[in-house]
Ligand binder design. Structure first.
Ligand SMILES: [Zn+2]
Ligand SMILES: [Zn+2]
Length: 103
């Protein structure tokens, strides 16, 4: 199994950040936001089931990065909330929502 380069947890997502980002890109476009380019590039890891790229970041860290990026851009709380709701990537960690006082 791969390890996330950011949080050192086992990566369980079968898709690489690029492939996951396709859905996010779509959402960004529909929400009138600029597109986001993933910044972390991998060394070791499982291969993406879709494009064969190495997966080096877990879903949580990947979406967290985008979330932070959205916050830096002063994205409205409504859109931040929608992002979390829509992608459900926080899963068991509850970090994003509690950070913002949503829960
Ligand atoms: Zn991680
Ligand atoms: Zn991929």
């Amino acid at each position: 199994m791969s390890e996330c380069v950011l949080c050192r947890e086992t990566v369980t997502n079968p898709l690489c950040p690029d492939c996951i980002s396709e859905g996010i890109e779509q959402w960004l476009k529909e929400s009138g936001l600029p597109s986001y380019a993933p910044t972390v590039t991998g060394v070791e890891g499982e291969q993406c089931i879709r494009c064969d790229k190495k997966i080096d970041v877990c879903l949580y860290c990947h979406t967290k990065q985008i979330y932070e990026w959205l916050k830096e851009r002063k994205t409205s709380k409504l859109l931040l909330r929608e992002f979390v709701d829509f992608f459900h990537f926080d899963l068991d960690k509850k970090g994003l929502l509690s950070d913002e006082g949503f829960v």
